[in-house]
Design a protein around this ligand. Structure first.
Ligand code: AMP
Length: 552
């Protein structure tokens, strides 16, 4: 199958805003894609090259790509920057550059999708020193063959900026339609595998095959999430048999053990095994079953006390001298759930049973522990437990339905959280401004975006104050490689970095495209554990706005 055919589909998808039409375009296309490239093409349609859990990535940012295009076309990087700025879109800027070149040389070579897959695989293998040149060579070969229109979509794919408005939901609808398998079954297998390509492939093979897909050790699943609730009383109205756990303020970790091999994954499903050596070695002696998939929160301790969340992040980010840092910032892991034991999935078992299996599967130690809990529906007991948690420096409590199943990826009412702080919003930095004077080297004024249901990021506020020098430096370092366009001091960014933002009030505002503005927003921290698609959505802003209306 040729890449050209996929580009035609992208074009059709971009030409309509109707979700039903998008679904139909995709479903017709799915029916035609050969099985050997179906998982790959499904990824490209959904906007990624490799499923996240595979740990593979292209590692190509906007600057490197512009270098490639400059090499292929002979047009200067500066000029290509100009095309990007004047068209207002990265992909279109690249398209203009390639079109100019093609006017002189004329011929395109048909790109087979299997060839593209091969190139991407190879590029992903180059890492570290000297890898850039090799990446540039492979990509130059690809872009020399591409037509101008193909180049537009290739560059968007490489930067994972598809803009065709195809969210996961539409892909799942399309898979259900082309395969004739009911949507809930398709959805369920997606939640269990976290891999749209795999779901598309098994759906093509038939319903029985699809239903064989299950959670497996080694492939992380989307974590079950919690809803915020204002008080213990409301929580008790929601849940008949509640179990309360300490809400630890750290980073979520999924532990996958199979024999001697243990892998740790973050909430974003990245492999973080190497960052946590002491936790890893401790897990080798504390986890009893041969195969087990369990979950917990890793928390930093300093001088015997709980340390702020940032310490955990430093540990997770660190690639070198890990042992040195692990002495300075020791960690503990508090396990709270168990999803699979000895090959048997437990996600349909009630929490009560999962917890009891967890207890008998772990030999607790100094570093690896089981999350502290109580089971009670007496508000006084719960309040005492909450007070104890907060006084020990934790974030609050989780109130969980003891009879509930584990629902991957769901933020339902089976898990509720009562946090000590006021509600914050996790927003994405979509633009920024270079500072002046002392702040010259920093991207200091940050434009914050809120995610809508289509996967767009709409401006909701600007924040320029309240950040420490350390945080400004850290944010600038992270944002600089994401610059898409620069106009004077103002830059547009690839929406990637998520920050937790505290504010005084949410106001209606015609000034911003989201329709809302935040009053006195302050950045609390970078949420390294989330990526743009885990950030909060506009519907949460609506909810907070409504609840605020009631309290003000
Ligand atoms: P939030 O990040 O505010 O949405 O809160 C949910 C997060 O709390 C989860 O993703 C976990 O990382 C964390 N957490 C801490 N303690 C627990 C616990 N006992 N049970 C579940 N999640 C917990």
């Amino acid at each position: 199958m040729l890449y050209k055919e996929l580009v035609e589909v992208y074009e059709k998808l971009s030409a309509t805003t109707s979700k039903l039409e998008k679904r139909d375009i995709l479903s017709d296309f799915f029916a035609r894609i050969p099985e050997d490239i179906l998982p790959f093409v499904t990824g490209l349609l959904s906007g990624y090259v490799f499923p996240k859990w595979t740990e593979k990535e292209l590692g190509i940012g906007p600057r490197l790509l512009i270098k490639v295009i400059s090499k292929v076309t002979g047009i200067s990087e500066y000029k290509i920057d100009e095309y990007i700025i004047s068209s207002g879109d990265f992909g279109e800027g690249i398209e203009i550059a390639i079109r100019q070149k093609k006017q002189q040389t004329f011929f395109d070579i048909n790109i087979e999708i299997s060839y593209l897959k091969d190139i991407f695989e190879k590029v992903s293998l180059f890492q570290g020193k000297g890898s850039q040149d090799k990446k540039i060579n492979y990509l130059s070969e690809l872009f020399s063959a591409a037509s101008a229109l193909e180049a537009r979509y290739l560059s968007r794919t490489i930067l994972e900026q598809m803009r065709t408005g195809v969210a996961e939901g539409i892909i799942l609808d399309a898979i259900a339609k082309f395969s004739g398998i009911p949507k809930p079954e398709v959805e369920k297998s997606y939640l269990l595998t976290n891999d749209l390509g795999l779901v598309a492939l098994y759906s093509k093979k038939g319903k029985d095959e699809l239903n064989k897909l299950d959670i497996v050790v080694g492939r992380p699943i989307k974590p079950m999430l919690a809803q915020t609730i204002g008080s213990i009383e409301i929580a008790l109205e929601e849940i008949d048999e509640p179990e309360m756990e300490i809400k630890y303020d750290g980073a979520r970790v999924q532990v996958h053990k199979s024999g001697d091999v243990i892998k740790l994954f973050s909430r974003r499903l990245e492999n973080i095994t190497e960052a946590l050596p002491e936790v890893l070695s401790e897990l080798k002696t504390t986890l009893i079953p041969e195969t087990i998939l369990c979950e917990g929160e890793v928390v930093a301790y300093k001088d015997g006390k709980i340390a702020p969340f940032q310490y955990v992040l430093r540990r997770l980010r660190r690639k070198y001298q890990i042992n040195e840092l692990s002495e300075k910032i020791p960690l503990r892991l508090f396990l709270f759930d168990c999803l699979l034991v000895d090959g048997k999935s437990l996600i349909e078992s009630p929490l009560k049973e999962r917890r009891s299996i967890l207890l008998s599967s772990v030999k607790e130690s100094e570093i690896v522990r089981i999350a502290e809990n109580i089971v009670s529906n007496n508000p006084v007991d719960i309040k005492n437990f909450y007070n104890k948690s907060v006084s020990e420096g934790h974030e609050g409590i989780m109130v969980k339905d003891y009879n509930s199943q584990y629902q991957p990826g769901a933020r339902g009412k089976k898990w509720l959280k009562i946090k000590r702080t006021m509600e914050t919003l996790d927003l994405v930095i979509i633009g920024a401004e270079w500072g002046e004077g002392r702040r010259k080297k920093w991207l200091s004024s940050l434009l914050l975006g809120i995610r809508d249901d289509e996967g767009n990021f709409l401006p909701i506020g600007k924040v320029a104050t309240g950040l420490s020098d350390e945080l400004f430096t850290e944010i600038t370092e992270q944002l600089t490689p994401l610059i898409l366009e620069e106009q004077g001091k103002i830059v547009t960014l690839v929406p990637k970095i998520v920050v937790e933002v505290l504010y005084d009030e949410i106001q209606y505002s015609p000034k911003y495209e989201s329709g809302f503005a935040l009053r006195f927003p302050r950045v609390l921290r970078v949420r390294e554990d989330k990526d743009a698609y885990d950030a909060d959505t506009i519907s949460k802003v609506y909810e907070l706005y409504e609840s605020q209306e009631k309290t003000f």
